[in-house]
Design a protein around this ligand. Structure first.
Ligand code: ATP
Ligand code: MG
Ligand code: MG
Ligand code: MG
Length: 489
């Protein structure tokens, strides 16, 4: 291919670097000093203080006007959570690289619309008739005007009206989280089929029409009371899905049919001896093996980058995301690929380090620690996985026998509580058996279990404090009594 993945990334850096953007390293995927975020979910996260005008004078970003990077992103929890799509569709990963460029109070809508169009159509050579762009349609309730400015700049650059589409709050107003910098955006979509040149002929939700780049015009700070406060300056923040762009440039039907993934699949195959990956989905993926390849390959990336940046598997927040991801991956690996559990994830690790170590040297530096954490966590789950699966089968069979289409909430909770099966894993397993899970029911079972354990704890607390002298006294009385009662022979 003319566009190996590494060249795609480098071309992006070079293009913006030639236009006065400083190449900066990715921020960590575990955010620093930002408890509002589970994981870094976009490139803009590390620049938040610049947007808010709170960046310290001594900070290396203090005088930054333009920047470009490839940000490590995890979307497996919080406002942006794609975990449920992973393995099922061809373009959502829990870990991905987000290429991005920024203007901090420098160029605005016109500048980025011109540059992005030039990069995509001239430098990367994409067929302009396959590109669709969107703009924010406005929201009268919030007093937000339609973004006709962006619309007109797209027209000016030569995009016909038939390929400029309005979009709502959900798609065209980008927000990092419940609070923080935000603003209207323009998205660029690519039609992988082509030859139809009008939005009316294209279903924008079709996986063959894929969102590749989001240009966000940062001008507000969302407050805790939901209101939008204008920022002191206007900024540009863009996010371009690296794996998606690579797929487009390699003319691949799916992100997974590119060299972003083939080295990982090859390693998984070598380790498990499973049949090779064939990029089939849903019903076409008859034996479920392709889905398992995708889940495992996606999850090793998420686990590795999360752990290397300081997240450790445990039972709350961030740590629980890591734990859930690992358990899900382990289960898929074993069930569909026949992987031996114990050091499965760490055995795939070398392929990832080789592929991404140059761009992200922390992988190389911390490889040994990472391996140990992965192995320990995998080992812990290996001990309950078997019994949990057996128990699950029993529950599922009982539900089926009773003619139920649902796996009862208290059973789901029991699998969690006793065998450490994350609810989302049980949900996937239930789906395989045609059973649904009612999240509210699970929540209720959880609350009930919590109440019950509270009662136990309270009764423990009510027990009188132990007094050693009193115990000794009671003890000796007891002994006396016992001696007295003892039958004499
Ligand atoms: P989608 O609508 O496809 O879920 P998004 O609108 O949530 O994407 P943005 O928040 O706009 O995505 O992120 C910027 C870019 O990052 C997207 O245009 C896309 O190319 C890429 N991207 C987003 N989510 C993922 C993901 N889960 N895996 C891979 N790339 C992604
Ligand atoms: Mg999304
Ligand atoms: Mg979108
Ligand atoms: Mg988007």
């Amino acid at each position: 291919t003319e566009w190996p993945a590494a060249r795609v990334r480098k071309t992006f850096f070079d293009f913006f670097n030639e236009r006065d953007h400083t190449v900066v390293p990715s921020g960590p995927v575990v955010p620093v000093n930002d408890p509002s975020l589970l994981f870094t979910n976009a490139g803009m996260n590390q620049f938040k203080p610049i947007f808010l005008g709170t960046v310290e004078k001594s900070h290396p970003f203090a005088d930054l006007k333009r920047a470009v990077d490839s940000q490590k992103v995890i979307r497996a929890g919080g406002k942006h959570n794609d975990l449920d799509d992973v393995g099922k569709d061809s373009y959502h990963h829990t870990f991905f690289e987000m290429l991005g460029n920024w203007s901090f109070g420098d160029y605005f809508k016109e500048g980025i619309i011109e540059m992005s169009w030039d990069l995509l159509t001239r430098v990367y050579g994409l067929d302009p008739t396959r590109l669709y762009v969107t703009y924010f349609e406005g929201n009268p309730e919030l007093g937000l005007e339609p973004d006709n400015e962006a619309k007109n700049f797209w027209r000016k650059i030569g995009v016909p009206d038939s390929r400029i589409l309005p979009g709502n709050m959900k798609d065209n107003f980008w927000e990092m989280g419940e609070t923080g910098p935000c603003g209207p955006c323009s998205e660029i979509h690519y039609d992988k089929i082509g030859g139809r040149d009008a939005a009316s002929l294209v279903n924008m939700d079709d996986p063959m029409v894929i969102e590749i780049w989001n240009l966000v015009f940062i001008q507000y700070d969302r407050q805790a009371d939901k209101s939008l406060k204008p920022l002191p300056a206007q900024h540009v923040d863009t996010g371009l899905g690296y794996e998606r762009l690579v797929a487009v440039l390699q003319d691949a039907p799916s992100n997974y049919a590119t060299d972003c993934w083939t080295p990982l699949f090859a390693k998984i195959q070598e380790v498990t001896g499973a049949r090779p990956y064939t990029d089939k989905y849903e019903k076409d993926d008859v034996d479920g093996i392709d889905m398992a390849y995708r889940v495992v390959a996606d999850h090793i990336r998420t686990l590795s980058f999360a752990i290397v940046d300081g997240a450790v598997p445990n039972n709350d927040g961030r740590g629980y995301v890591v734990r859930r991801v690992l358990r899900r991956g382990v289960r898929y690996g074993r069930k569909y690929l026949g992987a031996e559990i114990g050091q499965f994830f760490s055995s795939i690790l070398p392929a990832l380090v080789e592929q991404k170590g140059e761009e992200f040297p922390e992988l190389i530096k911390k490889q040994q620690d990472l391996k140990e954490i992965l192995d320990e966590e995998e080992d812990a789950f290996a001990r309950t996985l078997d019994r949990g699966e057996v128990q699950f089968e029993k529950y599922a069979a009982a539900e089926a026998k009773a003619g139920s289409k649902k796996l009862a909430g208290d059973l789901v909770w029991r699998l969690y509580d006793t065998f450490g099966f994350p609810v989302d894993l049980t949900k996937l397993m239930a789906e395989e058996r045609g059973l649904e899970i009612d999240e509210a029911e699970v929540e209720a079972a959880k609350q009930k279990a919590k109440e019950a354990s509270k009662v136990v704890k309270e009764s423990v607390q009510e027990f009188p404090k132990l007094d050693v002298h009193r115990i000794a006294e009671l003890d000796s009385q007891l002994k006396v009594a016992r001696t007295d009662d003892e039958p004499k022979f």
